[in-house]
Write a protein that binds this ligand. Structure first.
Ligand SMILES: [Fe+2]
Ligand SMILES: [Fe+2]
Length: 319
């Protein structure tokens, strides 16, 4: 399958798994495309055409024309210059690798990361938080993320890929949507006597089991093994990056008892303690691997000869 086709398929799969639902996303894309047609001069010159069909600003092809034939992808959670050199060495040693599948965004996908964050408002709404409260808090957090990433050296990986002639694409929120849906359905919707039972249920999932055996199990960062979970939500699994700390109070008031998260900043732990919300930090790499695996399972149905080389935190588990 051609790179562009493979990437477009990944975006479509991401939309189907999106907490906002396909209808709402298509409406937004249509609006953007209509607005884009009216742009002139400087605004037209700087407009990112990708935004008219791909709702995920943190996912895009960062190197390649799209016309490259892809059978084997090197898949990693973080692929930066060292991993590009690794791919180059592997190719030198005779391994066939047609492209890099990068999870955490690089290049423009990183520069535009904060633009996927408004979907967090919809994730909050699913817990019962009123839309006006969530919307009021997301914008300042988006501005902070934008400013902090703005200072980064954004295009190092992209340049390494160009020089080494490795087609590469970032696929971030589409796969995070898949793992979010998986956790909501397979973990959050079930009944548990206590948090310990949730840890056990998470650890039974192959990716988490693999990481637990290597010393990176899911852990309780607020609450105790014997504590009762209340209502469980995986609100920290998709939406670009962690939400504002103030989301904790909103969720507590909305009746959320336990939050599952890929990673929890210290400030968030403090807020969880203040508002009596249990928090489980599931292994970050296991969580991202699970999302990528669900994506690869779906892509594998479209491209029967899709081979995977696991690098940088990713482990392949087929379902
Ligand atoms: Fe992720
Ligand atoms: Fe991640």
């Amino acid at each position: 399958m051609k790179l562009q086709k493979l990437f477009e398929a990944a975006i479509e799969i991401g939309i189907d798994a999106d907490p906002r639902g396909r209808k709402m996303i298509e409406k937004k894309l249509k609006k953007t495309a209509e607005q884009a047609k009216k742009l002139e001069g400087r605004e037209k010159e700087y407009f990112d055409q990708e935004r008219t069909w791909n709702p995920y600003s943190d996912s895009r092809i960062i190197n390649g024309s799209g016309d490259e034939e892809i059978h084997t992808v090197a898949v990693g959670v973080d692929i930066e210059t060292p991993e590009m050199l690794l791919i180059d060495r592997l190719r030198e040693n005779g391994m066939k690798i047609d492209a890099a599948f990068i999870h955490h965004p690089e290049g423009r996908a990183l520069a535009d990361l904060e633009k996927v964050m408004p979907m967090q408002v919809d994730i909050m709404m699913l817990t019962g938080v009123p839309v006006n409260h969530a919307e009021a808090l997301i914008r300042p957090r988006m501005d902070r993320i934008w400013r902090s990433i703005h200072a980064d050296n954004l295009f190092r990986t992209e340049r390494a890929a160009e020089l080494l002639k490795i087609p590469a694409f970032c696929c971030h929120t589409p796969t995070d949507n898949l793992v979010w849906g998986f956790m909501e359905k397979n973990i959050c919707k079930k009944e548990y006597d206590d948090l310990g039972e949730i840890l056990n249920a998470i650890s039974d999932i192959p990716e988490y089991k693999h990481y637990a055996k290597k010393g990176n199990p899911p852990i309780i960062v607020n609450g105790s093994r014997g504590g009762r979970p209340g209502k469980i939500f995986a609100t920290e699994f998709t939406g670009g990056t962690n939400g504002p700390e103030d989301f904790m109070e909103l969720q507590s008031r909305a009746g959320v008892g336990t939050i599952l998260s890929m990673h929890v900043p210290e400030k968030m732990v403090e807020e969880a303690k203040k508002h009596n919300v249990n928090m489980i930090q599931c292994s970050h790499m296991a969580s991202d691997s699970l999302g990528i695996n669900l994506m690869l399972d779906k892509l594998g149905k479209l491209e029967k000869k899709l081979n995977v080389v696991e690098i940088s935190g990713f482990i392949r588990v087929k379902r």
